[in-house]
Design a protein. Sequence first.
Length: 691
Amino acid sequence: MPKPMTLLTILPDVAYIAQMKKGSKEHTFAVESFKQVNGSFIKNGVLVPKNILKLFEKLEKTEYAVVLPDDLATNAIISVEETTESKVSEYIEKTTLPSLGITPETHQVKHFTLTQFKGTSRVQLSAFEKEVLAPLRAAATQFELPHMSVVTISWAAKSLVSLEPSVTLVQMGGVLYSALQYIGIDQTAAHEIDDLDAVAESIKTLKGSEPSTQTVYLLTNELVEETLTEALSSTIPLQQLAEHSDKDVDMPSFVQKMMEVAMKSLAIPDYSVPQFALEAATEKELEAFVAGNLEEPDEHNKDAGEDTEKQDDDVELASDTSVESDTEDTSIPTPTTPAEVAAASAVTSVVTPVVAGDASKDTSGTKQDESDTKDQEDSSEPLAIEEVGEGAQNTDAKVQKEEADQAEEQPPSALEIEDATEQETAEPKKESTIEIQDKTVKEITVDDNKKNEDTDKQDQSDADEEIHAPLELGDDQSAQKSELDTTEEDVNIAQFAHAESSEDERQAAKTSPPVVKKPVIKNETGTKNMVKLLSIVLIVFLVTVGVGVGVGFLFIRMKAGDVSLPTSTPTPVVEVVSTPDPSPEPTPEASESAQVTTSELDVLILNATSTAGYASSTKADMPLGEYNSIDTGNATGEYEPGMYLLTPEDNPELLEQLSADSGLELVAGTQEEYNTEDPSGEYNAVIVLAE
């Protein structure tokens, strides 16, 4: 049995060391041993040399495949208007790479053609900057580790995908890594695990840019799966490939599944995963690395490192996988002692006084200091005075302004109305003049004495109404309105009553009021009733005449024999003759040509896609014992995406039978395509997998 290969996955805050072994089935692998080392290994997209060195101290001298995050590499799919490999390579090396600032001196580059269509080649371009990999080269050389290869997470997850194009979403550490899997790798992204809204929007964007995207394959925990399923339910289907169980305590199931998938992607050549060989560091690089990054740790760190190494030796898959390293501490800080809390509060309580009203000299602390010393700031007198003082000034100004506005808008209260009434009584002439002007009564001229008398009566009546009116403290405005309405009615009545009295006296001398009024009332009432009665009579008369004329005319025509009354057309009676039911005849059995005898069929399955082993996997899904022979191969013709059945002649029964046995939605092809794929006519049916 060959020696198992070991995967070294380096993430920003954790590293996984998984020793793999072959599984019971072909092209399957299992985790033999597993270690987890916590520490800060990547910061701001750069490997931390000191912690990488400490990590490599824990490694055994064996072959490793190093898996790094996608953001440390370049992965893109580009289009080149060439078809031959030599011209494609020449175009990339002389045009594409220089335009991107990529040279052999600065980067390790790999490219290969994915597909070719109508004179255009889609090329996968992957590159690692040599400076990024320098800490790995130096550490591997320092500890004399054998051959190491480097690959990115999304390429390691390549064997997850069964339908393309699709999206892979892998949870490693506290980060979710996504990529568009379309034969190659494109549109890679990384999101924090607590920012699932951004992950959902990123997947929606990928679906919009590539509408043919089939599925999102997940290797995540259950919480991420539930949240994304709800957010993307109407956009794209999701498929979880990690099998969650209660055994996830030792190692999360999605991490274990990722290790198995990564080993499968690297071991099967058909996946064409670009693996970058980790070159040996030069003496100059090694000297610079040791001089600049290998500072001697203090005694505390040495002790911690020794303890961690002892723990690492005992960690396996079935044991505790949480291993503390002597790298940068990423755990939650321990609670401080009461003395430390008191010291911190004493420091944070020292606040520079702020002069009230001088906003430009406000020197409040940061948000973190405010949250840490909330109690101290609440008891700080300068801050409290400043906040309360400014708030009080603003509040007082607003209250005064509102009271002034209300004083202008609101009517006077009941007591103010009584005072105003007394003033009106003391100055009747002035008030009466105002009342007349406000009511715009200009056409009526009355003597001053009569005006004064009317005004006195009006004021007296207003005062009586005010005394007896049921006023309340909260109804000042309604009381004022009722008073003004009463005053208006009294003034108008008094003036018009005086003016009308003189006119009535003049009319009384000319005509008698009873004689004039009675005829007017009777004439109006009688005329209306008479018009209604005449209208009804006229309508009835016209209707009667019309009906009589019609009936008479019809009678005359009938009598003369010209017109006969319309009679109902007799409905012909159809005699129902009972016909004896024909005796059931046996249904003729299908002819031999209509029946499909699978045991006599020779079937050829051809792969028209770039997915290796597609035809063989389809063959495995069919009932091999029911057919004479089933062979596989690659298609020679070009087809649109779909599943096709090519036969010498149209045979719907055979199409239905093969669709059921293969589980594919087959579509009948043309005779010309059949002759292309099977020119000798050796097979009864040819299945072409073009999707």
